[in-house]
Design a protein around this ligand. Sequence first.
Ligand code: SF4
Length: 257
Amino acid sequence: MYRWRGDTARIVVQRHFYEGGFILEIRTDWDINVTADMLIKRMGGSRKGQKMLGECLEVIDLGKKLLEPCTIYDIFSVKGIQGENVELENGLSFKSEHLAKLLHGTDRIVVMARTIGPVLEEKVRYLSEQGNFLTSYLLDVYANAAVVLLGKMMYRQIREQYSSCGATVQMEPGQLDWNIQEQTIVYKLVSFEKIGVTLADSFLMIPVKSATAVFGIGDPVKVQKGFPSCTYCSKKNKCTYREEVERINREELGVEV
Ligand code: SF4
């Protein structure tokens, strides 16, 4: 298992090869560069945010020193997609209509977990307890931006490794109709305690500034780009998920971080 202090230098990139030939990769050598623009955008892009540029830059300096990024991913063969069920060759399965639509045409899924470690969120808590609410708030915004950015960096790196394949966008347990309880299946697939992350009974990851995601790869002709469109969906007029789908598609186009 990865332990935070002292182990960082040793575990940079670790690869294991399973009997099936698939890769389990753990990485800690991520250079995460959250910018002041990203922070201001996360605060609603307001003029107030612009006025806090100085504070944002200080928090970016502080936050970067407290990051302890660690990621893990593995790849699994898809046996079949029946309705809302995505069945894997190893006998495990996911249940989500949106995930099933997203993965239509893929033959493998990439299952990923990431964290920026516990130190930054401990600092956020400490600053709040000390009554330094502004810095605590800004550092929390920074931490959230860092987790999102790490997810994008990880996704891009894996896509580059499989550049000859088509790849879908990412989807996370708890997103749209995908029940957060399926974090337990993600956990069975990539044991994220190897990167120092545990799963609470509430399915919350600890450290909290951690996340998981899945995307599909396969024949570039068969794998769809972007998220399935809502245009032809019978539920589109009363759907509470549409905004989220539109956000995923904007992210895929690189419009926001
Ligand atoms: S309208 Fe809603 S249910 Fe239909 S595809 Fe879009 S997000 Fe999904």
